[in-house]
Design a protein around this ligand. Structure first.
Ligand code: PLP
Length: 386
């Protein structure tokens, strides 16, 4: 399906061409969507490997996986029907009663899932403050902890955890480390190269980039027994990414580098504009030199920092909700990583019990014109607080 060449082209080039895809039968530069649920055996009554039944993936999902493996420098990559089903597989593959270490504040869905397992004593959990390596180290039980979970930068405060240092700490204690770097996709952050054992992304976000699928992806530095267990969770649970969505993901990834570059530029300009603004108490964005995670982020996000930020609005919780309501251009919607900019009052979305500032608005910065986005936020802030 893909063509070999002596010259190693840049990653951006290879991804723009979906690994120089050419359909061997038709010459099409766009893959077909493989919809079949089942596959006929050959004349010898043997399976025509590697595809035999839809629940185990097919050509369309495999191509999407190959592209992500290339982006991640991974030995193996599996796509799932959502980010949550991929995270659940990573949790589910652990032995009953395993000890894991996770951030106190992280994407609320994953935290909720871990806490459900904890309440049922399927897992034992110790917590650390995202970005704080001393707390992370003390939370680990050497020889006992199975997995350290890092989300960097984390939702919705965008605190930065040093992946290389966290990996060293985890490995010295005999634990594996999984990095959720959804907010900084693998064209910016290559978690496996920095020492992570598993890299996770909600591919619903930047990898797809068009807010028209849900998908999750796990990649591994070294294929081993744990990886095979994760594969079995997907296979038996039937949580493989479906064909149409895999195709949309492949199409979206062709423009990954371009989209991400524009989102990052927009985000930096917006963060700079609103830092110190009369209606804003704080801007959480690792791209600002004043941000505590700035230097680490610069190293591990290829100097780009990402398109996600949060602002703490002055005034009341209602003022913050009003800002989201009064935007004309930013959609008042959850999710992130699409070409369109989104704004959300995070407390409303993450629900009771999740630790989040009541005046925090999370912004996912898209690829629109910078000045239009700044103008939209300015007018909404003025209407809510002026
Ligand atoms: N991890 C992070 C950091 C996320 O932001 C999300 C979703 O917002 C997920 C995991 C879950 O992914 P999905 O919504 O694709 O299930």
């Amino acid at each position: 399906m893909t063509k070999q060449n002596d010259r190693k082209y840049s990653l951006a080039t290879r991804i723009a061409q979906a690994l120089h895809f050419i359909d061997p039968d038709t010459g099409s530069v766009v893959p077909a969507i493989q919809h079949a649920a089942t596959y006929a055996r050959d004349e010898e009554y043997k399976e025509r490997k590697p595809y035999w039944y839809r629940r185990d993936g097919n050509q369309t999902t495999s191509l999407a996986e190959q592209i992500i493996a290339e982006l991640e420098n991974a030995e193996g990559t599996y796509l799932f029907s959502s980010g949550m089903s991929a995270c659940t597989a990573a949790i589910e593959h652990l032995p009953a009663g395993a000890h894991i270490v996770v951030p106190r504040v992280m994407y609320h869905g994953v935290l909720a899932q871990i806490q459900i397992y904890e309440a049922k004593k399927r897992l034992f959990v110790s917590y650390y403050t995202a970005g704080n390596l001393d707390e992370l180290a003390s939370a680990i039980r050497p020889g006992e902890t199975k997995l350290v979970w890092v989300e960097t930068p984390n939702n919705p405060n965008w605190e930065v955890t040093d992946i290389a240092k966290a990996a060293e700490i985890a490995h010295a204690a005999g634990a594996k480390i999984l990095v959720d770097a959804t907010a900084t996709p693998p064209c910016m952050t290559k978690a496996l190269d920095l020492g992570a054992d598993f890299s996770f992304h909600s591919a619903t976000k930047y990898l797809n980039g068009h807010s028209d699928i849900t998908a999750g992806v796990l990649s591994v530095r070294t294929v081993d027994e744990d990886w095979k267990e994760i594969y079995m969770v997907r296979k038996l649970g039937g949580t493989v990414l479906q064909s149409q969505d895999a195709w949309l993901l492949i199409r979206g990834m062709r423009t990954l580098f371009l989209r991400v570059e524009k989102s990052c530029k927009n985000a930096l300009a917006i963060a700079r504009h609103f830092e110190g603004h009369k209606h804003i108490e704080a801007v959480y964005y690792p791209g600002l030199p004043s941000d505590p995670g700035h230097e680490v982020a610069k190293r591990q996000t290829n100097g780009q920092f990402g398109g996600m930020m949060s602002i703490i609005v002055k005034g009341t919780e209602q003022n913050a909700i009003d800002v989201a309501k009064y935007c004309h251009l930013f959609y008042p919607a959850t999710s992130l990583g699409g070409v369109e900019s989104l704004i959300e009052h995070r407390k409303t979305v993450s629900g009771a019990g999740f630790p989040v500032h009541e005046r925090l608005l999370r912004l996912s910065i898209g690829i629109e014109e910078t000045e239009d986005l700044i103008h939209d936020l300015e007018q909404a802030l003025e209407r809510a607080l002026g």
